[in-house]
Design a protein. Structure first.
Lengths: 632, 127
């Protein structure tokens, strides 16, 4: 606009023939005309282009030469319909009618690019007469683009704000709404347009409005608040920010308010259940620990600290090995630990160590924690101090041991006196007397066997069962046992197959244990196979073990009881009726002594078809074990 | 021939249970042995050192002096250190066996597991 005034001034000044100044001004104007970025077009009365500055080349791609002398109608970079409009304005303007001060029109450059230009026209007056028009064309394409972008951006922001379930609003400093989003409509059952210009008191219950006002005022004073506020049954997270203009004057507040009632409820619930779990663990009498997949303690309870004598600080973040693992138990514990990490959660007994070095027995029950995807995220274990239980168990076992030894004295006497009578040491007996005496003798023999078994069990459980390997011929032991059992084999008319040669098989084993193994497995095979059946014994030397196989064509072990047959005193249902005399101790003893000595035992069985027991004894020999001393 | 060899042999039975003691004494006497008897380790030791029997049948658990103590004392004696001793007990704890072996015991028998017949046979073999 200033430019336009300058032109008029120049003309006026020329009129005054102030030549010197005019010349200077003309020079200035020429330079301006040449260098200005806007296009300046001078038209004569008919609308023919008298002059146009070089800026046109930059904006439209057409050079001044291509345009000069043509009619405005022919200016190609302004689209035809717009040209018509501009010419219309020229006419109106000249007739003194009102026209817009500037207008935007569309155009096309020489190379076909779409542009938007702003056009200002003004009559060109010389010596008081309108001699033509002055047109200024400014390229506003870029500005327009930016403006459009801004508009789009605003629209996006608007839809974003409206799509938010949070309440978002702007209030002026008198706490009247300037902007409110759609979320208000649902919560207050009112249209947004009816909120604008109102205060909270106009559409909220009074008490609620008062609460809002208090926090609004606080935000105005302090500049910013972010907190949880309860309104009746609902809880909101409220963020309010004071708005200031560039001069630092307070203009109002902006706020985002989120309904967090549900979250709060869940949080409360979680907090309660967490507290419950924590109290539960803390109040447990048993030790409790949570470990990560590497075995490091994440958490432990007070009971575990008390039990072991270590503090929380000494245990959390530590291990493995954990400070309360007795060094001599490392191997066992590591094994159990690896089992747990593999997902086999069996209870295991082990020895723990207190901080003062004192040892105590425990049962560790491992388990796991899974996340919602079912992945194991950590493991936990309860630890039970079983010192007392062990003491009681030991007292029981010691009692059994003591009682059994005491029983042996009268058993010896019954044995020997019946023997003496049977041998006629007290004179000839008649057949009936001999028969009765034999009954006494046989019954007593069974008692002796039972006492021997009980003593073996108590020795295993008290740890007094020593293992003393010496080079022995396993074949010989098999033969000795078979010879002992020959009478029973004959009575039952069983077919005995020996699948081993005469060649000695010498291995470092405990003769007593080897005898126990053959004796129990063979007498089981004989006792639990019906008359006329078959019992087969084979002994073979493998790569690292001796494999002993004892199979029969007997009653077999019912499928559902196979897992229990090594349990102390267990007897399968199908044999209890057929052979009521068994003790249920034999296999328990066999398995215990074999496992302690480094051997293994397993079986295959089908009811009414038969059973095969497999035993291995390591070729390198049985593990030596010194039996603990006992007072009796 | 064997009967002949047994005739001059003396065995000492050290056993606290009267009934068991009688069974042993009667059996070995009827087999032709000269049998001495003692009810505990103390008596047994005294008798052994005085009579120098050919073989001692020794119980372990006894009042006053147990069999192991008696055996150890016996082994300190010039005559006693070589006398044949057969342990005859109802104790089967393994360490006792080991202890017995250290004191050069010929046999270690569990009473309930042996018949008198077999016992006599074994004693005769030892003499």
């Amino acid at each position: 606009m200033k430019m336009q005034i300058t032109n008029i001034d120049i003309i006026k000044m020329r009129d005054k023939k102030n030549d010197k100044n005019i010349k200077k001004l003309e020079e200035k104007f020429r330079s301006l005309f040449k260098n200005i970025r806007d296009v300046i077009v001078i038209l004569d009365k008919e609308g023919r282009i008298v002059d146009i500055n070089p800026a046109v080349k930059k904006i439209s791609g057409f050079s001044p030469k291509e345009i000069k002398g043509r009619h405005f109608r022919e200016i190609k970079f302004i689209n035809p319909e717009n040209r018509k409009k501009i010419i219309e304005y020229f006419r109106k303007d000249r007739r003194g009618k009102k026209v817009p001060p500037y207008y935007e029109v569309e155009g096309t450059t020489k190379d076909g690019r779409r542009i938007i230009v702003e056009v200002i026209t003004t009559p060109f007056i010389s010596e008081g007469e309108i001699v033509g028009s002055l047109v200024i064309v400014r390229d506003v394409t870029e500005n327009k683009k930016a403006e459009e972008k801004l508009k789009n951006y605003q629209k996006k922001i608007e839809s974003l704000v409206n799509s938010s379930v949070d309440l978002i609003f702007l209030k002026d400093k008198n706490l009247k709404y300037l902007i409110a989003n759609k979320a208000h409509e649902k919560l207050f059952n009112i249209k947004v347009k009816d909120i604008i210009g109102k205060t909270d008191f106009d559409f909220m219950p009074k008490t609620v409005a008062e609460g809002c006002r208090r926090s609004d005022i606080e935000a105005l004073k302090s500049g910013f608040i972010s907190r949880e506020e309860w309104v009746g049954e609902k809880c909101f997270h409220v963020v309010k920010q004071r708005i200031e203009d560039t001069q630092g004057r307070v203009r109002g507040i902006a706020a985002v308010i989120r309904d967090i009632t549900e979250r709060k409820k869940i949080e409360e619930m979680l907090k309660k259940s967490k507290e419950f779990a924590e109290n539960l663990i803390a109040s447990m009498k048993d030790g409790f620990s949570i470990i990560d997949s590497r075995g490091v303690h994440i958490n432990i309870n007070e009971a575990l600290c008390k039990m072991t004598g270590f503090t929380r600080e000494e245990l959390i973040g530590v291990g493995p090995p954990h400070p309360y693992w007795a060094p001599e138990e490392y191997e066992n514990i590591q094994k159990a630990f690896k089992k747990t990490l593999r997902g086999e959660f069996e209870d295991f007994e082990m020895i723990f160590m207190r901080k003062n070095g004192e040892r105590f027995p425990v049962i560790v029950s491992p388990s796991w924690l899974r996340n919602e995807k079912g992945e194991v995220i950590s493991y936990f274990a309860t630890v039970k101090d079983i010192s007392e239980r062990k003491k009681i168990e030991r007292a029981k076992t010691e009692f059994v041991s003591l009682a059994s030894h005491q029983l042996r004295t009268p058993l010896t006497n019954i044995n020997w006196y019946s023997e003496m009578l049977l041998l006629g040491k007290a004179g000839e007996l008649n057949d009936q007397q001999i028969k009765y005496l034999k009954e006494i003798y046989t019954a007593n023999q069974r008692l002796v066997q039972l006492v021997n078994l009980l003593l073996n069990v108590s020795r295993i459980e008290l740890g007094t069962f020593g293992i003393k390997p010496e080079p022995i011929n396993i074949i010989e032991i098999a033969n000795i046992v078979l010879k002992e059992l020959l009478p029973q084999i004959k009575t039952k008319k069983l077919k005995l197959e020996k699948d081993y040669g005469k060649k000695p098989l010498i291995v470092n084993t405990d003769p007593n244990i080897t005898h126990i193994v053959f004796q129990n497995l063979l007498s089981n095979a004989i006792n639990y196979t019906p008359k006329g059946g078959r019992v087969k014994v084979s002994v073979e030397k493998g790569k690292s073990d001796v494999l002993i196989k004892i199979s029969d064509t007997g009653y077999g072990i019912p499928n559902d009881q196979q897992s229990q047959i090594f349990t102390k005193f267990f007897r399968a249902d199908n044999i209890v009726e057929k052979e009521p005399d068994g003790t249920g101790l034999g296999l328990y003893i066999v398995k215990s002594v074999l496992e302690q000595s480094g051997g293994r035992i397993w079986f295959e069985s089908e009811e009414n078809k038969g059973t095969t027991f497999y035993v291995t004894i390591p070729l390198k020999g049985m593990r030596k074990k010194k039996g603990k001393k006992m007072s009796i | 021939m064997r009967e002949q060899s047994v005739k001059n042999k003396t065995i000492l039975v050290v056993e606290d249970d009267v009934s068991t003691l009688r069974a042993l004494v009667d059996t070995f006497t009827s087999e032709g042995f000269h049998v001495l008897k003692a009810k505990n380790g103390e008596e047994g030791l005294k008798l052994a050192l005085k009579e120098h029997p050919d073989l001692i049948l020794l119980d372990i658990i006894m009042p006053k002096m147990d069999g192991m103590t008696m055996l150890k004392k016996l082994r300190k004696d010039e005559w006693g250190k070589n006398v044949r001793v057969v342990i005859l007990t109802n104790l089967s704890a393994a360490e006792k066996t080991a202890e017995a072996l250290e004191s050069r015991v010929y046999d270690y028998f569990i009473k309930t597991n042996w018949t008198l017949e077999k016992l006599v046979k074994r004693v005769k073999e030892r003499l």
